[in-house]
Design a protein around this ligand. Structure first.
Ligand SMILES: *[C@@H]1O[C@H](CO)[C@@H](O)[C@H](O)[C@H]1NC(C)=O
Ligand SMILES: *[C@@H]1O[C@H](CO)[C@@H](O)[C@H](O)[C@H]1NC(C)=O
Length: 462
């Protein structure tokens, strides 16, 4: 069961700062906006794992659960991790600025929160912040590193590092490199003692495969019809309702609000929360129903742009898939032949855009019906909710065990067990996983997947 290893009150302190702002709020927990469950890829990791709000270093050891009779010990860990909380990108900073100017100039509503926006809220985002990792994002990765080294003390150890058996790979993006440095700092702090020398390799071929896959770039990224469900939903009745209600709350004619500005306001609420732990007055523009619609809009986009929507989305991650399984094979082979393992752990830093295609390739989070512009009302129970899958600091772990009767493999997403589709155990025999993915292990060739004529491979996988 949950074992409490140490206490960290940083977050509690940050939340304390915002308690004074709560007088007029309806909140689900102190300082947490009710709508925070629906922030999608801009959700905090803590919304998924609320125990971390009490103790950021709490680790649940019972998530590692191969059958006791199999007598397993972990021998290798591959972790694919999303960067931590970050600033908005330039595009969204500009939208936020436009929204702020419009509200200050023209909104005639009478809410206390609106007075607060007008008199007390500074447009403090500047374009140079462009998507960079924030302090909270560093904390996300530092504490994740500490929890993982508590969960895998034999794999993420100082000794393994000194033997050069921990490999660190990252996307070239600033927020990922900064996240890697924060992760390494977390390991250092956890291990204590003199400073150790960390290094990392930049590898966009593995961590940003999507931009190198021509079939994907031409067939989806640059292809407006590939995302037509998103465009339709943006102009549909659910979004129209959100826009109308937001206009009413602000006291603004609703034609002054474009769908982009509506979304900018929701993002602003999420950024103020994930960056500054603030329950911002901007959050009062939305109730829970509005937030569900906006969450759906962003899930639609992830589904059609990164998930099961088009086969090429997931096929573009073939290089990463093969890299991971080659690493696992090599670890298994070395272990069997009694050689020292060349890698006890492989830490790989990337993006939501790295994780979603890979999870889709593995056949995960595939609901019976695809989300479309028209079926919002039947999709409430969907498993594909990006805030549950890829919040900031999301992490997919492949844990290879040595067991009495051959190796086993377990998957964890965000520190909870996740089953391979069709397999009955949390940590099935490695051979069973190999069988399940035989078609990918023997195919999934990035050249033939990606270098085809646009359109041929983008048929939907429904
Ligand atoms: C710990 O993990 C186990 C196995 O996944 C789960 O059943 C249990 O609810 C978790 N405990 C907590 C406190 O999260
Ligand atoms: C764009 O996407 C549509 C819908 O998925 C597809 O039918 C079409 O072939 C794609 N166009 C290109 C140039 O790939």
């Amino acid at each position: 069961m949950t074992k409490v290893f140490s206490r960290n009150r940083l977050l509690a302190a940050a939340l304390g700062l915002v308690l004074t702002r709560m007088a007029y709020c309806s909140v689900s927990a102190p300082g947490i906006p009710t709508v925070a469950q629906y922030f999608g890829t801009k959700a905090r990791y803590e919304e998924l794992n609320p125990r971390l709000l009490r103790d950021i270093l709490s680790v649940n050891r019972s998530v590692l659960n191969p059958p006791p009779a199999a007598r397993c010990t972990p021998i290798h860990l591959t972790a694919v991790i999303r960067h931590g909380s970050r600033f908005p990108t330039v595009k969204n900073i500009r939208r936020i600025q436009k929204l702020h100017e419009l509200v200050v100039r023209e909104a005639a509503g009478s809410g206390d929160w609106l007075r607060e926006i007008k008199s007390g809220w500074d447009m403090w985002y500047t374009e140079d912040m462009d998507g960079q990792l924030v302090e909270k994002g560093r904390l996300d990765l530092r504490t994740l590193a500490k929890r993982l080294s508590l969960l895998f003390p034999s794999l993420l150890s100082q000794e393994e590092l000194q033997q050069s058996r921990i490999r660190f790979l990252t996307s070239s993006k600033h927020r990922c490199v900064s996240s890697m440095e924060a992760f390494q700092q977390g390991l250092q702090e956890q291990w204590g003692g003199p400073d150790v020398q960390f290094q990392h390799e930049v590898n966009d071929e593995l961590m940003r495969f999507f931009e190198r896959c021509r079939g994907y770039v031409d067939g989806v990224e640059k292809n407006r019809t590939a995302l037509q469900e998103v465009e339709k939903f943006k102009g549909g009745e659910e979004m129209e309702g959100v826009r109308r209600r937001m206009g009413e709350r602000l006291g603004l004619p609703h034609h002054r609000l474009t769908p982009d500005l509506v979304e900018a306001a929701f993002f602003l609420c999420s950024y103020e929360f994930s960056i500054r732990s603030l329950h911002s007055p901007w959050c009062f523009l939305f109730d829970e129903e509005d937030a569900k619609v906006l969450e759906y809009k962003s899930d639609l986009k992830q589904y059609w742009k990164r998930g099961h929507g088009h086969a090429i989305n997931s096929r573009s991650s073939c290089p990463l898939f093969h890299h991971i399984f080659n690493t696992l094979e090599e670890a298994g082979r070395a272990h069997r032949s009694g050689e020292p393992l060349s890698e006890s752990a492989s830490i790989q830093l990337g993006h939501a855009e790295t994780l979603l295609p890979l999870l889709s390739l593995l056949g995960l989070y595939k609901d019976p019906a695809p989300p479309t512009a028209r079926n919002y009302h039947t999709q409430h129970g969907r498993s594909f909710r990006s805030g549950r899958i890829v919040p900031y600091a999301a992490n997919l772990l492949f844990v290879l065990y040595d067991c009495r009767q051959g190796p086993r493999l377990q998957l964890l997403l965000n520190e909870a067990p996740l089953r391979f589709p069709g397999l009955e155990e949390d940590a099935p025999p490695y051979e069973a996983v190999r069988d399940a993915y035989r078609h990918l292990l023997q195919g999934c060739d990035s050249h033939s997947e990606c270098e085809v004529k646009p359109g041929r491979r983008t048929n939907t996988e429904l």
